[in-house]
Design a protein around this ligand. Structure first.
Ligand code: GLU
Length: 256
């Protein structure tokens, strides 16, 4: 299977900006094993800004663009150093691929991106993709890695996109506030009800960034690719997700 896995900052780092060693080590081990089993994996990793904050010992999330971009420059380096070190331990080679809004919009650049990723997969390397935050501008920005990972999944014809988040999936209400909130395990259509869960009052928005996740799901579903939202605190669950087991929330791609 060709699988895109997106991991969010909340899985990779603590609120201090320091690495969550347990999560990252487990994630790299499971991904290495999935590659050993013959799957083609592409990792979309956030965490550049978050890790930069930790490394530069900034007191909090910067609000101005130059500091954010400086943090991303430092953090991206730290991120790739960490992945390189951990994946090397399992004999896997990582490749950094940074995209911008402009490179997605330019046909030539986007074709080059797809050709490079395909070649990396043929060479058994692990493409690790992020937005190039150091040069992104407010006007031309992909903006969030849920959208970026859906763009990637669709463009490389992935069978599955897994969004590893800080929440188990899409709930009928905000699970932090409603004790009877239920996880929705299968979604065939993003109708008004599903949309209202991400955006309406008493929703889960802000706890898991559901608006961007639903947008990513819509992109994947219309391209015939399944998308699963699952909790990044348990990377081992990736095995079951790939086997099609009932983990997290699965959005079913429309088969033509
Ligand atoms: N590209 C950002 C980073 O690496 C993250 C964007 C996102 O998490 O959606 O820090």
């Amino acid at each position: 299977m060709r699988i895109v896995i997106k991991v969010g900052t909340s899985t990779l780092a603590y609120p201090t900006g320091r690495l969550n060693i347990r999560h990252v080590e487990q994630l790299c081990r499971v991904i290495s094993d999935l590659k050993n089993a013959g799957n083609e994996i592409i990792l979309v990793s956030s965490g550049a800004i978050g890790m930069g904050i930790g490394k530069l010992m900034l007191s909090g999330k910067p609000t101005d663009i130059p500091t954010k971009q400086a943090a991303a420059a430092v953090g991206q380096c730290e991120l790739m150093y960490t992945y390189d070190r951990l994946f090397s331990g399992y004999n896997h080679t990582v490749a950094q691929v940074l995209l911008t809004g402009a490179s997605v919009e330019s046909e030539t650049q986007f074709n080059n991106f797809k050709n490079t990723v395909n070649r990396l997969l043929e060479l058994h390397a692990l493409p690790i993709i992020n937005e190039n935050d150091t040069v992104a501008t407010d006007e031309i920005v992909i903006g969030d890695n849920d959208t970026l990972s859906a763009i990637v999944a669709v463009s490389v014809g992935a069978d599955l996109l897994v969004l590893l988040s800080d929440i188990d999936g899409l709930f009928t209400a905000d699970p932090h506030r409603c004790s009877d909130a239920k996880l929705i395990s299968r979604i065939d259509t993003i109708d008004e009800y599903i949309t209202s869960l991400a955006g309406g009052a008493g929703s889960v928005s802000g706890t898991g960034g559901m608006v961007t996740k639903l947008r990513a799901a819509e992109m994947c579903m219309s391209a015939g690719c399944d998308m699963v939202i699952a909790n990044g605190a348990f990377p081992e669950r990736l095995y079951d997700i790939i086997d099609g087991a009932d983990v997290g929330s699965r959005f079913i791609g429309r088969r033509q």
